[in-house]
Design a binder for this molecule. Structure first.
Ligand SMILES: [Zn+2]
Length: 560
């Protein structure tokens, strides 16, 4: 056997992996990737439209939302008080995103009634010559929120049991409250929700109080950490609660779980490793960013995956098995608290920073816990999920912001960046990038510039081929021949050619492993910049040549 296809090699490796790894590979369903297929036209339209919106000259400092929910009637009555800093004091109007199906009761600025135009899924509020730069805009309204996108405001029931859940990502927070619905404008949040007294209501941050009156119950939640509108959420259902404690070096925090009674015992098993996930991710990325408040997981009816709402991840009840089949989803959503929730993308064009980091965090977690083979195996499982027909770039992937490529190629690009600059510089770069942008926003250029500074390496080509311009991935054809010149002098020629569509000529390091007839192994790592024939002078005859044995390159490698 002279020439081995990479696929066969990796499959063989997989057979040798421990049962644990096999379980991970086989039972890790495509989770969040499932939702990709069914993006409705309205979601696509709204995302595409949001790309081209000019950035408003305002900075929302705080949302203070009070909701009265009438679940059976599918009706809400709400007051949104929004503290807004005007970056252009001379502007006579404050504009916010707000789906225009509600009945407006009143609109005020600093307690003074003002005029407004409510149309085109926006509200324009006239400032009446108020010239101070920080104002409280108060909008009272009622009606039935539209349930758009992936379930922006879902009031549903399962076997007669009422469920309310929200999932705003990317631009649907404005289906249930007026806001500057863009990931760059993060604010503080206070949220008070009143529902039927049988309902337990959860939201972001810390529970301030619970108040009951007749058959109604109010939950008041608040967060002091900045939160993007797409991460603001409420979940309301007759939940059963249980909790765990997480101890960090100097502090502790509650992890709270909210599930339906039928899933309680299974959820206790499935969710039990969260303190371990927190410990491992903390070792990788620094302390959990919302330690002063909480982490939580809430079951929802949505069957397509999970969502990393800040401090309260939601997950479809169908993913709760009692057998820990979906650990990777739980790790992914928790990892988003560093990557997405703390460091938030500036625009949706940078969505790969969210999903690439959270997906790669799964691999880093399994590597930290189970070793290098787990990393190799997890990266292989990501490569397997790639959509070969996708011709979008990673940056600005058009309307397909939840495509398999955004997740899996995103993870792979970080993995290859690690190979490009080496392990230690990679982790220093991650650390530097996180510390620079925590609780704020970053884009692809911010990431690039930190990695360039730390590694002292120009990464223009790397980002051009993998992030900005190239689509798909590498396809390499290799061929090798040995030429016996004399005893103890064998010339080995390895021809490497790039055959992919989507980007003509990638530059990349590649590991080459040569096995000789005496069973000796030699390793080389040339940096490839064009189609090439590499020449090696060896002492013994060649038994086998393998490219990329440790799975560092997003490539299909075949022989002629
Ligand atoms: Zn994700």
């Amino acid at each position: 056997m002279n020439k081995i296809r990479k696929i066969i090699l990796i499959s063989t490796t997989l057979f040798l992996l421990s049962t644990i790894f096999l379980i991970i590979v086989f039972f890790t369903v495509d989770d969040y990737n499932l939702l990709i297929r069914n993006i409705s036209p309205i979601l696509k339209y709204s995302i595409a439209e949001s790309y081209d919106k000019p950035i408003r000259k305002i900075d929302v400092l705080e949302y203070d939302l009070t909701l009265d929910i009438f679940q059976k009637e599918k009706f809400i009555s709400e007051v949104a008080k929004i503290k807004i800093l005007s970056l252009d004091r001379t502007a006579g109007v404050i504009e916010l995103d707000f789906y225009d199906n509600f009945k407006i009761i009143s609109v005020k600025i600093n307690d003074e009634t003002v005029s407004y135009i409510y149309d085109n899924n926006k509200i324009e509020i006239f400032k009446n010559n108020i010239s101070i730069d920080t104002n409280i805009v108060e909008i009272a309204f009622e009606g039935t929120p539209q349930n758009l996108g992936l379930g922006s405001f879902s009031m549903d029931d399962k076997n007669g049991v009422q469920f309310l859940s929200t999932l705003n990502e990317p631009v649907f927070a404005s289906t249930w409250f007026p806001c500057n619905d863009s990931p760059h404008d993060k604010a503080k949040l206070k949220i008070s929700v009143t529902n039927d007294s049988s309902m337990v209501t959860i939201s972001n941050g810390k529970l301030q109080y619970i108040k009951s009156e007749k058959n109604r119950r109010t939950y008041m939640w608040a967060t002091d950490y900045p939160i993007a509108t797409y991460l603001i959420s409420i979940y309301s259902a007759p939940y059963k609660e249980f909790s765990q404690k997480y101890y960090s070096k100097n502090d502790s925090m509650n992890i709270n779980y909210y599930v339906m009674e039928e899933n309680l015992e299974n959820a206790k098993l499935d969710f039990s490793s969260h303190p371990k996930y927190l410990r491992v991710l903390t070792e990788l990325f620094g302390e959990y960013p919302f330690l002063d408040e909480k982490y939580g997981v809430a079951e929802i009816l949505w069957k397509q995956g999970a969502m990393e709402s800040q401090t309260i991840t939601s997950i479809g009840g169908n993913f709760i098995s009692g057998m820990k089949f979906n650990e990777s989803i739980l790790i992914h959503e928790l990892a988003h608290h560093w990557w997405g929730n703390s460091v938030t993308p500036k625009t949706w064009k940078d969505i790969w920073l969210n999903e690439g980091f959270a997906t790669y965090s799964e691999a880093l977690y399994f590597e930290a816990v189970n070793g290098k083979k787990a990393l190799i195996s997890t990266m292989y499982s990501f490569a397997r999920k790639l959509d070969h027909g996708n011709d979008e770039t990673l940056y600005n992937p058009g309307v397909d912001i939840f495509s398999s490529n955004v997740y899996n190629k995103g993870a792979w690009v970080l993995h290859m960046l690690r190979k490009e600059i080496g392990d230690s510089l990679f982790f220093v770069s991650i650390d530097t990038y996180y510390n620079m942008y925590q609780y704020g926003n970053a884009n692809s250029e911010d990431l690039k510039s930190v990695f360039e500074k730390v590694s002292d390496k120009n990464l223009d080509k790397f980002f051009e081929q993998w992030v900005y311009k190239g689509t798909g991935f590498l396809k390499l054809e290799i061929d090798w021949k040995e030429n016996i010149i004399s005893e103890n002098n064998v010339e080995l020629k390895i021809k490497i050619e790039q055959k992919q569509n989507g980007y003509e000529n990638y530059h990349f390091p590649v590991d080459i492993t040569i096995l000789d007839s005496l069973g000796m192994i030699s390793n080389y790592s040339p940096y490839i910049t064009s189609d090439t024939t590499l020449i090696f002078n060896l002492k013994n005859r060649v038994e086998d040549v393998t490219l990329d044995k440790d799975n560092w390159l997003l490539a299909i490698i075949g022989n002629y």
